[in-house]
Design a protein around this ligand. Structure first.
Ligand code: PMP
Ligand code: GLN
Length: 382
């Protein structure tokens, strides 16, 4: 039997493709975004303990209560917003599930959802599977900031949602307070929901605050805010994320969540709750931790023929390789992994239509010193 595909534009994700090529060719994998080091020992101990103590059955559908409370406390402490742990916080199987559930909760057939290119690859399939249409608006090509006038021009009576992402994957740009005001002005007196992907909320550099939409009264009232413990606690394989949204939005979100997964891995929720309470310094020190990785990797690439773009947040370094090759970015990444032994991600995979002459690729610097050194040595030779 044949299935008439619902996702004709989708193949295997570039992250999987590049990780497989890296393994096949024995390359240094600076492609797929995941740390090659573990999170706090306390976290792993807490997980083991939870399992040993027999906490191995379903968690409550909305998430383990103490974890929801810790998320609410962190939200208030960091962003000044008091949210109700029982009705406004939902624990999910990774941010990916939360993004899907938020889209599914509001998007109806024919609705338009504005996404800002380049954007994370799960947004558009989530929109399309729910009958919506992704309307792609490019970020400003000079610095990957949002051109709010272009966003405004893309709004129509069918616009149901805008998806934003700060700190930004792949570009490393971050929102300013002015961006929040612009987004609030744009959505004011409309029925447009905001889906704010803030999975890198704790990875913002140079002393800047993370401009969560939760800081903004007006935006918080219409937003689903999504985050991921995978990024914050170096455990992407645990797939625990969450969504904070006002009660009416969370109610609908939960209707979807309860039939997507019902709940997620109980011992990890218990462990994360414990560590959020006892070890807040882990996430408070994360900006400094990753800023040091950023400086180290950028230093290693000094003297190479790559041009390094600024990185204000997240754990990706975008580089321009036009001094090295005039191949397109996918072709260059294929060559790089096979011939130079380094895996990277082409930026074009984050676009509906990438700028024709753009020569940009992304490296992940959430890697140990030796791995970054080995990768950079190969890159300096080009
Ligand atoms: N959004 C962005 C911007 C991401 O980079 C990622 C993962 N790298 C996700 C969502 C998905 O997060 P999770 O692994 O928790 O599903
Ligand atoms: N978000 C990660 C990245 O940008 C990859 C996650 C995945 O492989 N799905 O590299």
């Amino acid at each position: 039997m044949q299935i008439e595909t619902k996702l004709p534009k989708v193949g295997t994700t570039i992250f999987t493709v590049m990780s497989q090529l890296a393994a096949t060719h024995g390359a240094v994998n600076l492609g797929q975004g995941f740390p090659d080091f573990d999170g706090p020992q306390e976290l792993r101990d807490a997980l083991t303990r939870a399992m040993a103590e027999g906490r191995n059955q379903y968690a409550p559908m909305t998430g383990w209560p103490t974890l929801r409370q810790q998320i609410a406390l962190k939200t208030q402490a960091l962003y000044g917003r008091k949210v109700d742990a029982d009705t406004e916080v939902t624990v999910t199987s990774g941010a990916t599930e939360a993004l899907f559930a938020a889209v599914a909760a509001v998007v109806r057939t024919g609705d338009e959802v504005i996404v800002l290119d380049p954007c994370y690859d799960s947004y558009e399939p989530a929109i399309e599977l729910n009958g919506g249409v992704a309307v792609h608006v490019p970020l400003d090509a000079r610095d990957f900031s949002v051109d709010w006038q272009r966003v405004r021009d893309a709004v129509t009576p069918r616009t149901r949602m805008i998806i934003v992402n700060t700190p930004h994957n792949p570009c490393g740009s971050v929102f300013s307070a002015g961006d929040l005001d612009a987004l609030a002005a744009l959505t004011r007196d409309t029925g447009i929901f905001v889906l704010s992907d803030e999975v890198y909320e704790h990875i913002v550099f140079d002393g800047a605050p993370h401009q969560s939409v939760l800081r903004h009264e007006e935006l918080a009232a219409r937003s689903f805010v999504v985050s991921s413990f995978g990024k914050t606690f170096h455990c992407t394989g645990w797939k625990i994320g969450y969504c904070v949204a006002p009660r009416a939005l969370s109610d609908e979100f939960r209707k979807v969540h309860q039939y997507l997964t019902f709940c997620t891995f109980t011992p990890a929720q218990i462990a994360l709750a414990e560590v959020l309470e006892k070890l807040p310094q882990h996430y408070l020190e994360l900006p400094a931790f990753y800023q040091a990785r950023r400086e180290f990797f950028r230093g290693l690439l000094e003297g190479s023929r790559f041009r390094l773009l600024p990185v204000a947040g997240a754990y990706f370094q975008v580089v321009d390789y036009s001094a090295i090759s005039d191949k397109d970015d996918l072709g260059f990444c294929e060559w790089l992994v096979k011939s130079a032994g380094v895996a990277a991600i082409p930026l074009s995979s984050f676009y509906e239509s990438p700028p024709a002459d753009q020569r940009l690729i992304r490296f992940c610097f959430a890697k140990s010193d030796d791995v970054l050194r080995a990768g950079a040595e190969r890159l300096r030779g080009l």
